[in-house]
Write a protein that binds this ligand. Sequence first.
Ligand SMILES: Nc1nc2c(ncn2[C@@H]2O[C@H](COP(=O)(O)OP(=O)(O)OP(=O)(O)O)[C@@H](O)[C@H]2O)c(=O)[nH]1
Ligand SMILES: [Mg+2]
Length: 277
Amino acid sequence: MMRADGPDSLLVIVPALNEEAAIAAVVRAVNCHVPGVPVLVIDDCSSDGTIAAARGAGAEVLPLPHHLGLGGCVQAGYKLAYSLGFQYVIRVDGDGQHDARDIPRILERLKTSGCEMVIGSRFVEANGSRTGAARSLGIRFFRMVLRPILGKPVHDPTSGFVGVNREALGAFSRSFPLEYPEIEALVVLQRRRFRFEEVPVKMLPRLAGRSSITAWKSLHYIAHVLLGVFVNILKYDRRFHRGSESPPRNAPPRDGAPGDAAPRDGAPPHKCAGAGG
Ligand SMILES: Nc1nc2c(ncn2[C@@H]2O[C@H](COP(=O)(O)OP(=O)(O)OP(=O)(O)O)[C@@H](O)[C@H]2O)c(=O)[nH]1
Ligand SMILES: [Mg+2]
């Protein structure tokens, strides 16, 4: 059974739905580039041989008893990691799109910046990563929507190649968006005055299988996520603008620019620059 060893313990989690063809290579790549780091595959009720392939490659597997969708799948991994005491968790997709060589850089940035979240971004530096037209349009749209909410630019808001420290892990264990989690998770993070940075990564084409994000689904995605973003804003604003309730340590800002996040109590006055700046 995997254990959190020491103050720098890292767990790599891999949400997977029918990734039999790619999952073993993903697990092996992680083992190769961060040897000794446990890998937890969270299986979202796959109908193929994902579980056996993951175990065969040396991963621990958390088989979900019901299909939860991507957000629920990732949150299950976060909850387990949190309860086992891990300090850092990095999520890698099970389709082989994320290059395990980038994991050490994401971990390093988590440790040195003090940010609660580090996003592996394909767009911080032009690096030849490709996305479909519908997806690119969605990303541009959400960059625009998120800029004033987060108070700084985010280049790759739909990236699933994300590292979190223990504080964010605790927050996400309690509250994490269910379906398309990446963008809403940024808002959840900002509302708690947590900080993020982006590091450039290269994303590869899927090794096998089909993407969940088709052109049709993109429209559903945009409407769904947009609603989720505003619900998250309203949820937090209502909670802490009721006179009787005093804001907790990581309460959202009451006035001023929404992204004007003050450092947390006891945190150094470090200002996380957006990617590339
Ligand atoms: N789509 C989807 N993926 C899931 C689900 N549960 C777990 N996953 C895993 O979550 C990861 C991300 O899913 P993808 O469909 O690759 O989404 P994406 O990477 O944003 O989209 P592409 O760039 O087009 O591949 C993969 O490793 C999936 O196997 C689910 O219910 N739906
Ligand atoms: Mg993918």
